[in-house]
Design a protein around this ligand. Structure first.
Ligand SMILES: [Zn+2]
Length: 418
């Protein structure tokens, strides 16, 4: 095989696509800005930036700043800014209780939204794909309605968020989803795309905990390098964000903190291993240890958690001991996470946010035990900044990042003759 042709046309096309994304991302984050600023910040040659900016203007993704027009001398000096309405994305989230869909613009602003409740999620993969495809269609119709008089909007990305690890294999395969009774891999992305003939954009599926981690990352300016989210809902989920991107790993199972072993000879877990974090800090374990299993069975996890907080505030010993045990397990998990990833922040979400005040002292105590390795380490363990919308918000960020990084899928605007 001839590998010497490093300068083949496909390579230069890939470089050009990457540079197009580099320029658009900078303008999206820092615009309005002059072309010289873009060149300095990206390290690209001035001439390249001028060409790339012209390409993005042709696609309608950026515009020149009107306010500066009268004072500007010739095009290159004029600042450019993102034209967020040009490219729209759809994000859909399904849980056992709700189906939510939004249309967002390229700045992440939500321009249409629909929330539907159901008593039970569609069980079979086919029924689930039907429901998700129908929601995408409704969002698509909303996105195609003429909303902005002078803008021709195009739909560029669909992202579906749900529980379960997802493999990025083109078919966006959900490996397992116990919440919906799926115990074997389901090619969900492909099933949805099959039901949407004529939809002219990619369909992604992301793990909802990973999406929530990405949303938390964008809500926290301090977490520059990385962040790990551990979230308690029905079980324990979460996600890992490194350098601004979700890390799903080689098999799609990264960012499943609930199945980190914290006791190697602990009880068996549904995942096949022993002593997993979910068995000590998961809602069922904590609420049962606190004596609230009847409330959990009859009124659900949120009602039981609310009662746990009342008991904690009253100084109930059983409740305090249950949360203490969870905090020790979380502390052990955080030691492993920091030893492996050394992130800036660890965010505790869902019910862990509600229990945070009682978890934090023990977690800090466990973490301080390793001061010898990195005495000056400033790890922040913090409660989640976002509420129930974080997963949908993260799916929007995921779609947005995909388009900003590779805008070559957005068609050029038709040339108008005056
Ligand atoms: Zn497990």
């Amino acid at each position: 095989m001839d590998t010497a042709h490093s300068g083949t046309p496909s390579d230069s096309a890939a470089v050009r696509r990457r540079n197009l994304g580099l320029v658009l991302r900078h303008i999206a984050e820092h615009g309005p800005c002059a072309r010289t600023e873009v060149a300095t910040a990206t390290g690209l040659a001035h001439g390249s930036v001028t060409t790339l900016v012209a390409d993005l203007v042709d696609r309608g993704l950026i515009g020149e700043d009107d306010a500066q027009r009268s004072g500007g001398r010739g095009r290159p000096g004029r600042p450019v800014r993102l034209a967020p309405s040009r490219a729209l994305t759809i994000a859909v989230q399904i849980t056992s209780e709700q189906l939510r869909a939004v249309v967002a613009d390229l700045a992440g602003a939500i321009v249409w939204r629909e929330d539907t409740s159901h008593h039970q999620a569609p069980g079979t993969p086919e029924a689930m794909a039907d429901a998700l495809a129908a929601a995408v269609r409704r969002a698509e119709n909303a996105a195609r309605a003429p909303r902005f008089e002078h803008v021709e909007s195009v739909l560029v990305r669909v992202v579906v968020a749900m529980a379960g690890p997802v493999r990025d294999d083109g078919a966006q395969t959900v490996l397992v989803a116990p919440d919906f009774g799926w115990l074997r891999p389901v090619r969900l992305g492909a099933l949805i795309a099959d039901r949407l003939p004529g939809l002219d954009c990619p369909v992604d599926v992301v793990n909802d905990g990973n999406a929530a981690a990405l949303a938390e990352y964008h809500a926290r300016p301090r977490a520059r390098r990385g962040l790990v989210l551990i979230e308690a809902g029905t079980g324990i989920g979460g996600g890992v964000v490194l350098d601004g991107r979700i890390h799903i790993g080689s098999h799609g199972i990264a960012g499943e903190p609930g199945h980190m072993p914290v006791a190697f000879d602990g009880p068996g877990c549904v995942c096949g291993a022993r002593g997993c974090l979910v068995l000590y800090a998961g809602p069922e374990a904590v609420l049962t240890a606190a004596g609230l299993q009847r409330t959990l069975r009859s009124q659900g996890v949120q009602a039981a958690s609310d009662r746990l907080v009342v008991a904690l505030e009253a100084g109930d010993e059983r409740a305090l001991a249950a949360v203490e045990e969870a905090a020790r397990a979380l502390g052990a998990a955080l030691l492993s996470i920091t030893a492996l990833l050394d992130v800036d922040e660890i965010v505790l979400g869902g019910l862990l946010t509600q229990w945070f005040a009682w978890l934090a002292p023990t977690i800090e105590q466990v973490l301080s035990g390793r001061g010898a390795l990195a005495p000056a380490m400033e790890l922040d363990v913090v409660p989640a900044a976002l509420g129930a919308d974080s997963m949908l918000r993260g799916a929007v960020e995921f779609a947005r990042h995909a388009v900003l990084s590779d805008p070559s899928g957005v068609p050029r605007l038709p040339v108008r003759h005056h």
